[in-house]
Ligand binder design. Structure first.
Ligand SMILES: O=C(O)CCC(=O)C(=O)O
Ligand SMILES: [Fe+2]
Length: 337
């Protein structure tokens, strides 16, 4: 009897190796368990998203999320795969519990809610959440919503196509990961989040293009979400690190070539993004994680109605190693100045 139990334990106790499919879907029981964790986090004293104590509670809540989700996220953290993205599906976001979609460009989530709890707990599994003081008032959880009158804006308040970019590519401490959780899709279900990964781009680039992208012949401005006349990064390369698996640093709306070959290479890169890019129309309960070191993201165009039920995502940035940006953060907080 004892022998059988031990044998059973050995067979059933084997640690599963998480599959790297780029998608991980929670089953209904796991979704229910994640909801209970999120509700406990919402009920945590204070329940103010940007409060250091609540951020610590969210980090503790990560440890309580369903095991299969934690396995998938940790495997992604080790290697983000050929697509540099992980889509978590079936998270417990209840549309009937949502207020109207906010309509303001500076809208952020200050009060703890189930979606905010989920995105912050998952963020803690990848590192530490961060924000930038000049952008969306440095909030840890920011609303991504269309804003009336800003349709043409090359930022997340717009509804024309948003071109491919690494998030805050100009910044020395740009996020390592960008997390977007979908609360509500757009009316027509056509607003797609697009991603393209350097690991799929590389084989399609010409040798001359690759060489030019590895040279410090580009400069990148702060995005318009940082306000007008913001900073600009000094001359930098678009591809850095090992030639076989480089990092990518580019924003097609904000990166400028400094030489003729850089100009050609940038235009070649933009074409290859179109070839390898994939677009996903996120739906309620989807959370996409983009590895911002190797993948760019953007969004297709769509038509907002400004009627309270427009598309609504929430966004959180993650630093894999918070310590590295210590000189940019007051009092060892989570907001970079
Ligand atoms: O709306 C989206 O799908 C992506 C928007 C975006 O680029 C962002 O919020 O950083
Ligand atoms: Fe973005």
């Amino acid at each position: 009897m004892t022998q059988t139990t031990q044998t059973d334990r050995t067979t059933t106790g084997a640690i599963p190796v998480p599959a790297r499919t780029g998608v991980h879907e929670l089953d209904p029981a796991e979704a229910q368990s994640a909801r209970e964790v999120a509700l406990r986090l919402v009920a945590t004293a204070g329940a103010v998203v940007d409060d250091e104590k609540w951020i610590s509670a969210a980090a503790a809540a990560w440890q309580e999320l369903p095991l299969s989700l934690r396995h998938a996220v940790r495997a992604f953290r080790r290697h983000s795969g050929s697509r540099g993205t992980l889509l978590l599906r079936g998270l417990p976001v209840a549309v009937d519990e949502l207020p109207a979609t906010p309509g303001h460009g500076s809208s952020v989530q200050r009060r703890a809610t189930v979606p905010a709890a989920l995105i912050m707990a998952v963020a803690s599994g990848l590192g530490d959440p961060i924000a930038f003081a000049p952008e969306k008032s440095g909030a840890m959880v920011q609303d991504v919503v269309p804003v009336a009158g800003r349709e043409e804006f090359q930022g997340n308040a717009g509804s024309v196509r948003l071109s491919y970019h690494n998030e805050n590519a100009f910044h020395p401490h740009r996020p390592d990961y960008v997390l977007l959780i979908c609360l509500r899709p757009d009316h027509d279900r056509i607003a797609g989040t697009s991603t393209a990964c350097v690991r799929e781009v590389l084989p399609l680039l010409s040798p001359a293009g690759r060489e030019a992208l590895h040279a410090a012949e580009f400069t990148t401005a702060a995005p318009p979400s940082f306000g007008a006349g913001g900073e600009r990064a000094g001359a930098h390369a678009v591809l850095t690190g090992p030639a076989s698996d480089p990092d990518l640093r580019v924003d097609l709306a904000a990166t400028r070539p400094l030489t003729a070959r850089a100009e050609r290479a940038l235009s070649e890169l933009a074409d290859v993004f179109e070839t390898v890019g994939r677009t996903e129309v996120l739906t309620t309960g989807d959370l996409v994680i983009v590895d911002n070191r190797v993948a760019v993201h953007g969004r297709s165009r769509f038509t907002p109605r400004y009627d309270g039920s427009d598309r609504w995502l929430q966004r959180t940035f993650v630093a894999a190693d918070l310590r590295r940006s210590r000189s940019h953060r007051a009092d060892d907080g989570h907001v970079l100045i």
